[in-house]
Design a protein around this ligand. Structure first.
Ligand SMILES: [Zn+2]
Ligand SMILES: [Zn+2]
Length: 72
């Protein structure tokens, strides 16, 4: 039986996607609100998955994917 907690809803179009999907198959928007701080020579990167309404990462303050995509 499908568990509701294992589904995620696209914030842009409302499509209900599988929990493992990373991008919406209907509109291409990211489904996980990840931190955009990427790996550099000096930093290992963050990639933390933040709450759906977070504009900035709770760990490092870098913009999240939803914010850079203009979804918030
Ligand atoms: Zn979508
Ligand atoms: Zn971060």
């Amino acid at each position: 039986m499908a568990n509701k907690n294992e589904l995620q809803t696209c914030v842009r179009c409302g499509y209900v996607a599988d929990k493992d999907d990373r991008y919406c198959i209907r509109c291409g928007a990211p489904l996980k609100n990840r931190c955009t701080k990427e790996k550099t020579l000096l930093h290992k990167g963050c990639y933390k998955v933040n709450k759906p309404d977070a504009k900035y990462c709770a760990d490092c303050g870098t913009e999240t994917t939803f914010s850079t995509w203009g979804l918030l």
